[in-house]
Each structure stands twice: as structure tokens, then as C-alpha cells.
Design a protein around this ligand. Structure first.
Ligand SMILES: Nc1ncnc2c1ncn2[C@@H]1O[C@H](COP(=O)(O)OP(=O)(O)OP(=O)(O)O)[C@@H](O)[C@H]1O
Ligand SMILES: [Zn+2]
Length: 891
């Protein structure tokens, strides 16, 4: 086993530390209190927990912190493992929060599981680990002062010799167990044998024979008693039969008496009832006679030959048929009368209608007459108007005889005249204009001439070429004035002619319009005349139609009267038929009354018959009863004769005697049976004992075999126990020898003092140091330094013994030495270095030494420096690459 790496957080003085560890010798070096031991504590705590440190969890967490973590990686049996522990404050106390062991195949969780697993793996618990591998600071005297027994226990434990002792003890326990069982079984066997002897001494077979004989005799006696009891029972039975018979006879006699009395009284009652019936019959017969008389009277009334239901029924049938027929006829007549009345009414209505239509037509005709009259008058007026218009047209035409144009040419003339007038007017305008211009020129010229200037150019007149022109102008004015006067006359003449022509045009137009009007009026007059003629003809036709309608109305009225008469006749016939029906129904009523009487008579006859039947029945009943009475009286007599008083008396005596005997014999038999049962149970018990004896013998045989088996088992366990004891003693002896040898070698090596010859470790683990002169010393008599060396030697020897003893099976833990140089002078420190080399060369894989001693540094393969920062009071750990140099620089 080997530590590979340790990593700490808040563990004791370490805030953070991470250290790799290798094979070979590692020296952890540092000043006092720098934290060297704490580093080892951490490894140890990681493996086994706080329990083995003699410290509490609170001591482990850096003061003032709430949580700490410790991780240890190690290799065991070529397999890597990792332990992780985390501590955490919970309230006032620190507790384990996590604890795991991680291996290649599994992870263990929880402090207990981890500790158990490591203990099993290293085959060492915390104490054994300390004893073997961890030489702790200041524990120099522990082994030296230990008692031999303590030493023995410790070594036995380490070498697993304790197991052998354990096996020996187990075998011893098994032996004791077997002894217990064996002695128990032996006791049981003794007991069984004495019981069997006791059974055998009792001569069970003889007893059984005697008892069987006794039981047979008793059985014979019981049989005899039972026979006699049977006979007594028969006698009793017979006596009881006789008495029962007697009792039955007596009861029957009583019953017969009662029955006879009952029958007699019933016969009497029935006779009385027959008398009543006879009286009732008489009454019914009287009634039949009365009814016969009544029937005869009624028959006469109804005029029937004989008063039989058949005759009555036939007559009823006939009458009913007639009633039915007559009723139907009456109904038909009424219907017919009703129809006729309706016809008459309809005809009357029709006649009314025809009359009123004739009136209407006449009225229409006279209205037409009036219209014709008015039209004729209007026609006359129109005709007068026509002749007026004709004469007007004539007059107007006549005026054209003296006119300049013929009738019809006036418009053309107006046109011509207007054109002429326009020409004259135009000419008049031109002339008037020229005249004005001429007159103006004349006046201007005269004014200029009066001023002496040329009227033409305003130059002085004398010599002006323009003076002649004035005369021309004056001439022109005169000409124009005359032409203008002519034109005015002409214009007037044309004006008059135009007026005349225009009047002619007007007349022509008037004639045309009158003639148009005339044509229209003439047409109208013709139309009206035609229409008046037609109207007159229509009025004529209407009057003719009215006359015809009057005729029709007259004949219709006649027909209505005829139908009314017929209706009257038919109604009378209907009421006659109704009277007839009434008469027939009265006859039917009489027949019904007769029928009633006949029914009543038939009922009375039926009653008579019923009463007679009843009477006969009663007579028969009584006859039968009388027969039964005779029978019963006969039976009674027979029974009374049959009773034998002497026999009854004897039976009574027999009964009493037999009962008495039975009671006595019963008691005797009970006693005998009890006696027999007792005997039987005694036989059973002897037989049971015999069976039991047989079983006991079988059981004894089995027990003997079992005791034999236990005997051999005991021998085996005993030898096993001895074997384990011997083996352990043998092994211990060997160990003690080896350990003694190694101790001597080591002590020699580290002390090298001539004063001591050797150390003796005897079989009882007693340690003795011998001086050269042969004086023996107890180890605690050595000096402090010697004791330290002695202790170291013993530890290393133990380590070597173990390493050899369990070589290969469980790789040894690292050898850990904490401050081994205390008490040593420098010379011995050098020897310690030799020891370390020796251990290394003996094959110890990893050695960890804690020391503040510089001398040991020389022996180191690896040097680890531990320092404490004075201000923060936190420790740090650091590997030093070159141990030698570091040691120097560390000074
Ligand atoms: N829980 C803790 N919190 C903080 N510091 C602690 C705690 N426990 C111990 N220490 C400190 O750790 C130091 C003890 O360390 P350790 O015993 O490992 O020193 P050392 O190097 O082995 O000393 P020496 O050479 O004297 O044996 C002390 O200074 C102590 O105050
Ligand atoms: Zn002039």
C-alpha cells in the first residue's frame, strides 16, 4: 500500500494544501508547530476517521472555519483508491457531511462503510495500523511499558493469530455443546430403561387374561336379563292393546249415541219444512186460477181465437208490419207535400220576377222615347244653322262680282301690290335723301357767297370757278321736289288698292271657314237623324218584350196555384195515415198486456213444479236418514254386546305387573353394564400399557444409537480444539523466535553499543536486555535515548515480521516515523539513517519520516517543506526538488 496524494482544505493549520507522495523515503521537514504532524494526521484521519486520532472533529477544522475537506489518493494491491471526507459545521458541532471511498469497481458511502472497507482491505483496524506502521511522536514507552499479555494480544492481532484462537474457542464451544447434548441424551436413556423395567415387572399379560374371563361371564349374565326384559315388554304391549281396544269401543259408542240423536232431530226439522212447502203450493195454485180468468177476458178483447203465445206473436208481427208500412206511407206523403209546397213557392217567385222584368223593359222604352224627342229638337236647330251658313257664304261670293279679281285670286293681288308699294317707298326715300343733300349744298353756298367767298373752296368769289355750280344745285332741288311729290301721290294710290285687296283676302278666308263648318254640321245632322231612328226602333222592341214577359208571368202564377192545391191534398192524406198508426199501436198494447198475463201464469206453474220437486227431495232425504238411523242403532247394539269386562280387568293387572318388572330389571342391567364398562376400560388400559412398553423399547434402541453418534462427534470436536490450540502455540513460537532475531539485528544496527550482548523475547513475550556481563535488565531500566532506540528497533522488527509473515497477501502500509530523532544524539541520528536505508533495502516501499532534524534530510529521496506563515498562522506545504540544497537553504 502506498499514499499517492493528499489534498487538504481548512484542515488544522492548512488553508489549502496539495501534496504528491512517491515511493522511497519522503522526509517532511519544518520548524516546530509548522504543521508536519498535522499532515500525517490528515492521512490517518482520511483512512480511519477521527475516532483513532484521539481528537474530535471540531479539533480538525481550522479554527474559525465551518467546513473542511480531506482527499487521500492511495494505491493498494495495484489498485487506485480515493477517499474523500468533508466536514461541516451544523449548529455548535462539526459533523461529517460526506465520506466516500472510490475504488475501481465500487464506491462506498458513509463513515462506517468506508472504515469497515479499509479495515478489511488493509486487514488492520486503526489500532493495528498505528501499532504496525505509525510510530507516533512521544509514544516511545508504549510498547516497552506494555504487559506481556498486551504485547501478545497486539502481535497476535497483527499476525491474525487471533483468528486461530477464535477457531479454537469455537471448536471448544462446539465440544461443550456436544457434551451437553450427550449427557442429556444419556440421562434420557437411563430414565427410559428404568421405566421399561418397571413395566416389565408388572406381568401385564396375566392380568389381561384374568380380566378377559371376568368380562365373558358378565356378558352371559347381561344377555339373560335382556331376554327376560324382552318378554316383560311383550306382555305389557299385549295388555295395553286390549285396554286401548276397550277404550276405542267406548268412544265409538259415545259417538254413535251422538250421531243417532243428531239424525233424529234433522228428520224432524225436514218434516216441518215439507209442511211449509205444501202450504206454499196451495197459494201458487190459487194464483194460476186467477190468471186463467184474466187471460180469457183479455183474449176476448183482442179478438183472438186462442190465447197462445204463438197466436199473440203472429198477431203482433202482422200489426207491427202494418204500423211500419203506414208510418212509412205517412212520411212519404209529408215529404211529397213539402216538395209540392216548395215548387209552388218557386213558381210564385219566378212569376214575380217575370213581372218585374216586364216593368223594367217598359220603363226603359219610355226613357228612349224621351231621348228621341230631345234629339229631334236639336236636329231642327242644327238644320236652321246650316241654312244660315249657306246664305252667308252665298252673300260673300256675290261681293266678288264687282271686285278687280275673281274669287280665289285676291291673295296674289295683295302680293303684287305690296311689291309695287315697296318699290315706290324705296324710290321716295332715295329722292328725299338727294333733296336734303341738294338743299344743304345750296344753303352753304349762299352763306359763303354772302360772305364773299367761294362757296366751293372758301376762296374769294372773284374769279372762283365754283359759282356756276350753285345754279345747278338749285335746279336739281327743284327737280327733286317735283319727283318727290309724284312719288307721294303714287304711294297713296297703291295704299288704297292694297287695303281693298286685303279686304278681299279676308272675305275669301271667311267663305272657306263657313263652308268647312257647313260640311261638318251637315254630317252631324245626318248622324243624329240616323241615331234617333234607331232609338225609336229599340223602344218599340222593348215594349214587345215586356208584353211577352207579362204573358209568361201569368201562366207561371197559374202553375204555382195548381201545385199549392196538390200539396194540400197530399198533406191531408198524410195525417189520415198517422191516425191509422195510432189505432194500430193501441191494439199492440192490448196484445202486450195479454202476453204479460200468460208469462205470469207460466212463472207460477214453474214455481209449483219447483216446490213439488223440493218436497220430494226432502222426502227422499228423510228416507235415507231413517235407513242410516236403523244401521247405527244396529251397530250400537252389536258393540254393547261385544264388551268383555273380565278380559279388560285381567289386562289391567298384567300391565301393572309387567311395568313393575321392567323398572327393576332396568336398574339391574344398568348396574351390570357399568360393571362391564369398567372391566372393559381396565382391559383397554392393560392393552395400552403393553403398547407403550413396545414403543419404549423402540425408543430406547434409537436413543442408544444417538448416544453412540454423539460420543464420536465429541471426540472429533475435542481433537479440532486441540489442533487449533497447538497450531497457534506453534505459530506464536515461530513468530517470537523470528521477532527476537529481528529485534536483536535492528537494535544492534541502531545502537551499536558494546555494553549489551542481546535482547531476549521469550515465549511469554517477556522482554529482557542482557548486558555483556550477563546481567539482565528490564527495558524500562534503559536511558531515555536507549529506550527510544529500543522502541524504534522493536517497531521496525514488528514491521519486518509482518512484511515477511503476510508477504504478498496484503501489501504493507507505508512505514511512518513521526519525530524519531527526539532524545537522540547526533551520532544516533546517523544510525537512524542507516536503519532507514536498511528498511528500504529490505523492500519497504514507502517510508514517510516527519522530522525537524536536518540530518535526516540526507536520507530523503523526496523532501517536503512545511512552513507556517507567521501573520496568517496558516501552514503551507511544498516539495523541494533537490533535497540537499533545500536542506541548506532551509537553515
Ligand atoms: N484546528 C486548528 N486550527 C488552526 N490551527 C491549528 C489547529 N489545530 C492545530 N493547529 C496549529 O497547528 C500547529 C500544530 O501543528 P503540528 O503539530 O502538525 O506541528 P509540527 O510541525 O508537527 O510541530 P513539532 O515539530 O513541534 O512537532 C500548531 O501551531 C497549532 O496551533
Ligand atoms: Zn374756290
Amino acid at each position: 500500500m502506498r499514499f499517492d496524494r493528499i489534498r487538504l482544505t481548512n484542515f488544522k493549520p492548512y488553508a489549502d494544501a496539495d501534496l504528491d507522495l512517491d515511493d522511497g523515503v519522503t522526509v517532511i521537514h519544518g520548524l516546530n508547530g509548522s504543521g508536519k504532524s498535522s499532515l500525517l494526521d490528515a492521512c490517518f484521519f482520511a483512512l480511519y476517521g477521527a475516532r483513532a486520532l484521539d481528537e474530535t472533529l471540531d479539533d480538525l477544522v481550522t479554527t474559525g472555519e465551518d467546513e473542511a475537506e480531506i482527499d487521500l489518493w492511495f494505491t493498494h494491491d495495484d489498485t487506485a483508491y480515493h477517499v474523500h471526507r468533508r466536514l461541516r459545521r451544523s449548529g455548535e458541532r462539526i459533523q461529517t457531511a460526506d465520506c466516500t471511498l472510490e475504488g475501481p469497481d465500487a464506491t462506498y458511502d458513509g463513515a462506517r462503510d468506508v472504515r469497515d472497507r479499509i479495515t478489511r482491505m488493509l486487514r488492520m483496524d486503526a489500532e493495528a495500523f498505528v501499532n504496525c506502521a505509525y510510530v507516533r511522536q512521544g509514544e516511545v514507552n508504549k510498547l516497552i511499558n506494555a504487559t506481556p499479555t498486551e504485547r501478545q494480544t497486539m502481535l497476535d492481532d497483527l499476525l491474525q493469530l487471533g483468528k486461530l484462537e477464535e477457531y479454537r474457542e469455537r471448536a471448544g464451544q462446539a465440544r461443550l455443546g456436544v457434551e451437553d447434548v450427550r449427557s442429556e441424551k444419556r440421562g434420557a436413556l437411563d430414565q427410559l430403561e428404568s421405566t421399561i423395567e418397571e413395566y416389565e415387572s408388572r406381568d401385564l399379560h396375566a392380568t389381561l387374561n384374568a380380566l378377559t374371563t371376568e368380562r365373558e361371564e358378565l356378558d352371559a349374565k347381561i344377555e339373560r336379563y335382556e331376554d327376560q326384559r324382552e318378554r316383560a315388554r311383550e306382555t305389557l304391549e299385549e295388555a295395553r292393546t286390549v285396554l286401548e281396544e276397550y277404550e276405542e269401543t267406548r268412544e265409538e259408542l259415545e259417538r254413535l249415541d251422538a250421531e243417532i240423536a243428531d239424525l233424529e232431530s234433522k228428520v224432524r226439522e225436514t218434516e216441518a219444512e215439507r209442511d211449509d212447502l205444501r202450504r206454499e203450493l196451495g197459494g201458487e195454485r190459487d194464483r194460476i186460477e186467477e190468471l186463467d180468468e184474466e187471460v180469457e177476458a183479455r183474449r176476448t178483447e183482442t179478438d183472438l181465437d186462442e190465447a197462445t203465445p204463438e197466436a199473440i206473436e203472429e198477431r203482433k208481427q202482422t200489426l207491427s208490419t202494418r204500423v211500419e208500412e203506414t208510418r212509412e206511407t205517412a212520411a212519404d206523403k209529408r215529404t211529397k207535400a213539402k216538395a209540392l209546397e216548395t215548387q209552388a213557392e218557386n213558381l210564385r217567385t219566378k212569376a214575380e220576377d217575370l213581372s218585374s222584368r216586364a216593368g223594367e223593359k217598359r220603363e226603359e222604352a219610355s226613357e228612349l222615347d224621351e231621348k228621341v224627342e230631345a234629339a229631334t229638337e236639336e236636329l231642327e236647330e242644327r238644320r236652321e244653322r246650316v241654312s244660315e251658313l249657306e246664305s252667308e257664304a252665298e252673300t260673300l261670293r256675290e261681293t266678288f262680282e264687282d271686285a278687280p279679281v275673281a274669287f280665289g285670286d285676291a291673295a296674289e293681288r295683295v302680293e303684287t301690290l305690296r311689291e309695287r308699294l315697296d318699290e315706290v317707298r324705296d324710290r321716295h326715300g332715295e329722292v328725299a335723301g338727294a333733296l336734303d343733300a341738294a338743299r344743304s349744298r345750296v344753303e352753304e353756298a349762299e352763306r359763303l357767297r354772302a360772305e364773299g367767298k367761294c362757296p366751293e373752296c372758301g376762296q374769294p368769289v372773284e374769279g372762283s370757278p365754283h359759282v356756276e355750280r350753285l345754279a345747278d344745285d338749285r335746279e336739281r332741288v327743284e327737280e327733286l321736289e317735283s319727283e318727290l311729290a309724284d312719288l307721294e301721290a303714287e304711294r297713296e294710290a297703291y295704299g288704297a288698292k292694297l287695303e281693298e285687296a286685303e279686304a278681299l283676302v279676308e272675305r275669301e278666308q271667311r267663305v272657306e271657314s263657313v263652308e268647312d263648318r257647313l260640311a261638318t254640321l251637315t254630317q252631324l245632322v245626318d248622324d243624329r237623324a240616323e241615331s234617333a231612328r234607331e232609338t225609336r226602333e229599340r223602344a218599340e222592341r222593348l215594349r214587345a218584350e215586356a208584353a211577352e214577359l207579362d204573358d209568361q208571368a201569368e201562366s207561371t202564377r197559374d202553375a204555382a196555384a195548381t201545385q199549392a192545391d196538390r200539396a194540400e191534398t197530399v198533406r191531408e192524406e198524410a195525417s189520415e195515415r198517422a191516425d191509422e198508426v195510432e189505432a194500430l199501436e193501441a191494439r199492440l198494447d192490448r196484445l202486450a198486456a195479454l202476453d204479460d198475463r200468460l208469462d205470469a201464469r207460466a212463472d207460477a206453474e214453474a214455481t209449483v213444479e219447483r216446490l213439488q220437486d223440493r218436497r220430494e227431495q226432502l222426502a227422499e232425504l228423510n228416507a235415507e236418514r231413517n235407513d242410516r238411523l236403523t244401521e247405527k242403532r244396529e251397530r250400537r247394539r252389536e258393540l254393547a254386546d261385544a264388551v268383555d269386562e273380565d278380559r279388560v280387568e285381567k289386562a289391567r293387572e298384567d300391565e301393572e305387573r309387567a311395568a313393575d318388572y321392567l323398572e327393576k330389571v332396568g336398574d339391574a342391567l344398568d348396574d351390570l353394564t357399568t360393571e362391564r364398562d369398567d372391566l372393559q376400560s381396565r382391559i383397554g388400559s392393560v392393552e395400552g400399557d403393553l403398547d407403550q412398553l413396545e414403543r419404549l423399547r423402540e425408543k430406547r434402541d434409537a436413543l442408544v444409537a444417538r448416544v453412540d453418534a454423539l460420543e464420536s462427534l465429541h471426540d472429533e470436536t475435542e481433537s479440532l480444539e486441540t489442533m487449533y490450540g497447538d497450531l497457534r502455540a506453534e505459530l506464536r513460537k515461530q513468530n517470537v523466535e523470528t521477532l527476537g532475531r529481528m529485534l536483536n539485528e535492528t537494535f544492534d544496527l541502531v545502537y551499536g553499543n558494546d555494553a549489551y550482548s542481546h535482547i531476549r523475547l521469550d515465549g511469554e513475550y517477556e522482554l529482557t536486555v542482557f548486558q555483556k556481563d550477563g546481567t539482565a535488565l528490564a527495558p524500562d531500566q534503559l536511558s531515555g535515548g536507549e529506550r527510544a532506540l529500543f522502541n524504534l528497533s522493536l517497531r521496525c522488527a514488528i514491521y519486518r515480521l509482518l512484511a515477511e509473515g503476510i508477504d504478498g497477501a496484503a501489501p504493507m502500509p507505508p512505514l511512518i516515523l513521526d519525530e524519531p530523532t527526539v532524545f537522540l544524539d547526533s551520532g544516533h541520528v546517523s544510525r537512524l539513517v542507516d536503519l532507514v536505508d536498511e528498511m528500504r533495502s529490505l523492500g519497504v516501499r514507502q517510508i514517510v519520516i516527519v522530522s525537524h532534524d536536518d540530518e535526516l534530510v540526507g536520507a530523503a529521496d523526496d523532501l517536503v517543506r512545511v512552513e507556517k506563515e507567521p501573520t496568517s498562522n496558516r501552514s503551507t506545504v511544498e516539495r523541494v526538488d533537490d533535497p540537499t540544497l533545500a536542506a541548506v537553504s532551509g537553515e
